[in-house]
Design a binder for this molecule. Structure first.
Ligand code: XLS
Ligand code: NI
Ligand code: NI
Length: 433
């Protein structure tokens, strides 16, 4: 019997619905911003938090009792069955996984790989039977103790090799399953103490590793996007892929800026001291925007708490930047989010996703309406209008400091400060939420 027995597929019922488990804003077939909402948002369920996470925290272990827990192939298949049962209830178009989430660890690389391939085939059959598609695959290069000092950036070359072999296997499987992207989140690529760390050596190792991943992608003909997911700290004290700006610098340093894009997570942006929309806008302005993990952090705790989104305004501002960047191509909205550890019931897992999908739909509609209205862009254009003048263009392209100084004196320039109109723009946004 299904773990989710008794829970019907969720339907769109409109904003006034009194039914607890219903979509009030997410109507997959509605046209919003010129396309179907389902195709705009491209929701994905994350295998790890939803099906593999036992509910532990630093002070206590497992709280969830899922019938599929256990390190056997039988348990792994039962987990996949439960996952596809949840997918059928939610009707979302995508899911994501790490190798580690779907297969039991073996005694050797060869055995882990055998386990993995067998489950990948099992999942592939379920996908063919009408399940959702794979938004991205990824390798877990951080949970096993062999990776405690990093994967690509490990001081031990054998760990680098083990990690490279793992990524090859998982990238191949992602390709086989028709995955749209392959994600590399930094895991333990970072350091705990500078006292034992060679920054230059570790950066060069990471650059070489990523270049090999890109080469392999081309070799096998994978058409998806390779994505790096920035995060400033946790698990290591200092993660190398700190934020968008840091990763952009890294990609340019190793000549990978045209090969790799970014998967941005709301909670990671907050940990880095940025807003989510800042990270999206910056990535877009650098041509690096790829995909998002739409899970928030608790603003007080300073941890990557991975909660489901619940704030339409924040979500709207994020989607506004995504729409400005032209919307998703291979990317989508992954819920890298976990329940709170007291949320024990099967229905909690359903409700968490339903609420999150609805908040995103609501925010997205607001963002699309703002785009269509064009008020923010008109204000922005007006603010920068002076740069359209011939003098301004010539100054950027030709004039030396000497020439500029002479012109300022000659034209007796006296720049007049103008209002930035922040409150009026905030009020404007509020009209759409
Ligand atoms: C951890 C990351 C991780 C990646 C996938 O903080 O968000 O879950 O998304 O490895
Ligand atoms: Ni995270
Ligand atoms: Ni993530």
């Amino acid at each position: 019997m299904s773990y989710f027995a008794g829970i019907e597929p969720i339907r769109y019922e409109g904003p006034e619905s009194g039914v607890e488990l219903a979509f009030r804003h997410y109507d997959p077939d509605a046209t919003v911003g010129g396309a179907r909402l389902e195709d705009q948002l491209r929701f994905a369920v994350a295998w790890w938090h939803s099906f593999a996470w036992p509910g532990g925290d630093p002070f206590g272990g497992q709280t969830f009792e899922r019938p599929w827990f256990g390190e056997t192939m039988e348990a792994a298949r039962a987990k996949a069955d439960a996952a596809f049962d949840l997918f059928a209830i939610l009707g979302q178009p995508f899911f994501c996984f790490h190798d580690f989430d779907i297969r039991p660890e073996g005694d050797s690389f060869a055995e882990s790989t055998r386990n993995f391939e067998e489950i990948v085939d099992y999942i592939g059959e379920k996908m063919e039977a009408g399940g959702p598609r794979l938004l991205w695959g990824t390798s877990n290069l951080f949970s096993h103790r062999r990776f405690m000092a990093g994967a690509a950036t490990n001081p031990d070359p054998d760990v680098f090799a083990y990690a490279a072999a793992t990524v090859k296997t998982v990238l191949d499987a992602t390709h086989r399953l028709g995955g749209q992207n392959y994600v590399l989140w930094g895991g333990r690529e970072g350091y705990e103490t500078l006292l034992n760390t060679d920054l230059k050596a570790e950066a060069d190792q990471a650059g070489a590793f990523l270049s090999k991943v890109v080469d392999h992608k081309h070799k096998i003909g994978f058409k998806g996007t390779i994505l790096i997911e920035p995060k400033p700290q946790e698990p290591t004290k200092h993660q190398y892929d700190y934020d968008v700006a840091t990763v952009a610098g890294f990609l340019h340093r190793y000549g990978l800026q045209d090969e790799v894009k970014l998967n941005l997570e709301q909670g990671h942006a907050i940990l880095a001291g940025h807003s989510f929309e800042h990270e999206i806008a910056l990535a877009a302005s650098l041509g690096l925007f790829g995909s998002i993990d739409m899970n928030r952090n608790d603003y007080q705790s300073g941890w990557d708490t991975d909660q489901f989104p619940d704030n339409p305004r924040e979500v709207a501002l994020a989607y506004y930047e995504i729409l400005k960047a032209g919307g998703f191509t291979t990317g989508g909205t992954n819920f890298d989010a976990k329940l709170r550890r007291q949320s024990l019931d099967p229905v909690d897992l359903v409700a968490a996703h339903v609420g999150a999908m609805d908040v995103c739909a609501r925010g997205f509609k607001a963002a699309a309406a703002m785009m269509e209205d064009g008020g923010l862009e008109a204000a922005r254009r007006e603010r920068y209008a002076g740069w359209q003048s011939r003098d301004a263009r010539r100054m950027l392209e030709e004039e030396t400091l000497d020439a500029i100084a002479a012109r300022v004196r000659e034209q007796d320039l006296r720049p007049e400060p103008r209002s930035g109109r922040q409150e009026r723009l905030e009020n404007y946004v509020s009209r759409f939420i």
